[in-house]
Design a binder for this molecule. Structure first.
Ligand code: KIV
Ligand code: ZN
Length: 510
């Protein structure tokens, strides 16, 4: 077995299950391409049986990935495995990932099955999946709370049945590092055929130990780690990919094993996910937080100036975080702009590039200093361009602290119609504007979340707004950037509505 840890990314499956992190087909595809560039060994593209939308996205991702193995999750049920097999069959490297719970509490209360029934079902389903695909992963859900003797038996049986990877999830984030490592050692010692399979770990972060548990398991012999970008996932999330990878790279002296991840793509991957989901990482988040490489205190800065290694154990460049003042100004041409965007690692199609360039020109006219972060805010979201059912044409706000606010809103539809509405509100310009848009679109949306951030410091900074709107049981994200925060808020709201319309159109096609 070659000496690298397999990175199994489940951002698009376990990660997408976390509140507020759902993605549409285009967003999932874009994220999948970025994960492919990042170099994940396996990406779990979704849970094919879960919905027609999940099935379609797993299938499209499977077709398009050039390097990564593409997996679909499936319960240990025939209909799930059929759907998973169909969805991944076009992949260059397909995998079916089937699971069943093995802890006493899950078997008794959730599955209402005896251990023998669970074992037989697991074996039958691994054999069934094997008819479709040679690469089969079996997960013993809630393995960390499973009776070890039963776990050894079921793992031996599924390996004999053809499982090539066996995953030992800490489903509820209950394990402690030493204990979890001991479980992996126990598996190595007590499962006779274990050398025929790769041991995988999948740790949830309920007690904040997801990464620690994964790394402890690795020391004990696990060769695949399941994780998500920014650590998103059910409840407190999954182990964070960037933390696992940078631990292995920075502490190669201790772990003695590497990954095949191109770490220079980490920052961009994290940013793309945040911009798609509208869920930002906390500033002090390891590796990808805004402050992860910031040295504030005088003593630290002094040390850094004398020798960077006094306080820096890894460089920002190693995760692809660069900061050059843009040498372009308001007179710069499209070609120079394109070169800069490409040098930052973004690939935009013609239309998105033209749009970003237009916005850059407006920004360069108003803002003294344009940083990489400003450009990122302009282009990051544009890599996922969906059809614009509505576009902002113009708006006029009349506001003050002694008058009722009035928003006069003009939108263009994709068929070129001009829609206009004027709304007054006691609750300020954003409320008035959102009400005007609701009237123009002919629907009232529930605003679930509204977050505003400045892209950089300074009063001339761009404002970046992320909103979530609810329509029935679904939530849609929208994103807007402008130096005017009211405009950024309006753009974000329209983008969420466009995302909803895109999703409805796509579902209508299925
Ligand atoms: O947490 C878990 O147990 C899972 C399995 C389905 C792998 O996500
Ligand atoms: Zn999980």
């Amino acid at each position: 077995m070659s000496n690298f840890v397999r990175i199994f990314d489940t951002t698009l499956r376990d990660g997408e299950q976390s509140p507020g992190c759902s993605m549409n087909l285009k967003e999932k595809l874009e994220m999948a391409h970025q994960l492919d560039r990042l170099g994940v060994d396996i990406m779990e593209a979704g849970f094919a049986i879960a919905s027609p939308g999940d099935f379609a996205s797993v299938k499209s991702i499977a077709k398009e990935m050039k390097n990564s193995c593409v997996a679909s999750l499936a319960r240990a049920l025939i209909k799930d495995i059929d759907a998973a097999a169909e969805a991944v069959k076009a992949a260059k490297f397909p995998r079916i990932h089937t699971f069943i719970a093995t802890s006493d509490i899950h078997m008794a209360y959730k599955l209402k099955m005896t251990p023998e029934q669970v074992l037989n079902q697991a074996v039958e389903m691994v054999k069934y999946a094997k008819k479709y695909c040679s690469d089969i992963e079996f997960s013993a859900e809630d393995a960390s709370r499973t009776n070890p003797a039963f776990l050894y038996r079921i793992l031996e049986a599924v390996i004999q049945a053809g499982a090539t990877t066996v995953n030992i999830p800490d489903t509820v984030g209950y394990a402690a590092p030493e204990e979890y490592a001991a479980l992996i050692r126990g598996i190595k010692e007590n499962v006779p055929s274990i050398d025929k399979a790769i041991i995988s770990v999948h740790c949830h972060n309920d007690l904040g130990l997801g990464v620690a548990n994964s790394l402890a398991a690795l020391k004990a012999g696990a060769m695949q780690i399941e994780c998500t970008v920014n650590g998103i996932g059910e409840r407190a999330g999954n182990s964070a990919l960037e933390e696992i990878v940078m631990n292995l790279k920075t502490r190669k002296d201790y772990y003695g094993i590497d990954t095949r991840i191109n770490t220079k793509e980490i920052y961009k991957t994290s940013k793309l996910l945040s911009s798609i989901t509208g869920v930002r990482v906390q500033p002090n988040k390891a590796i990808v937080g805004e402050n992860a490489f910031a040295h504030e205190s005088g003593i630290h800065q002094h040390g850094m100036l004398a020798n960077k290694e006094t306080y820096e154990i890894m460089t920002p460049e190693s995760i692809g975080l660069t900061e050059n003042k843009l040498v372009l100004g308001k007179h710069s041409g499209r070609h120079a702009f394109e070169e800069k965007i490409v040098s930052m690692g973004y690939e935009l199609d013609e239309e998105a590039l033209n749009k970003a360039f237009e916005q850059f020109k407006v920004l360069a006219d108003k803002k003294k200093e344009i940083t990489d972060r400003d450009l990122e805010a302009l282009v990051c979201r544009k890599v996922v361009s969906i059809p614009e059912a509505y576009k902002l044409d113009r708006f006029v706000i009349n506001a003050g602290n002694t008058i009722t606010t009035t928003s006069s809103m003009r939108l263009l539809t994709k068929t070129g119609h001009v829609l206009e509405e004027v709304v007054s509100s006691y609750d300020g310009p954003i409320d008035a504007s959102y009400k005007a848009i609701d009237r123009l679109v002919g629907k009232k949306f529930m605003l679930e979340d509204f977050v505003i951030n400045s892209v950089t410091g300074g009063t001339d900074a761009q404002g970046e707004v992320n909103v979530k709107i609810r329509n029935k049981d679904k939530v849609y994200n929208g994103h807007g950037v402008s130096m005017d925060i009211v405009e950024a808020s309006i753009l974000a709201y329209i983008s969420a509505i466009n995302s909803m319309i895109y999703d409805q159109d796509e579902n209508g096609k299925r």
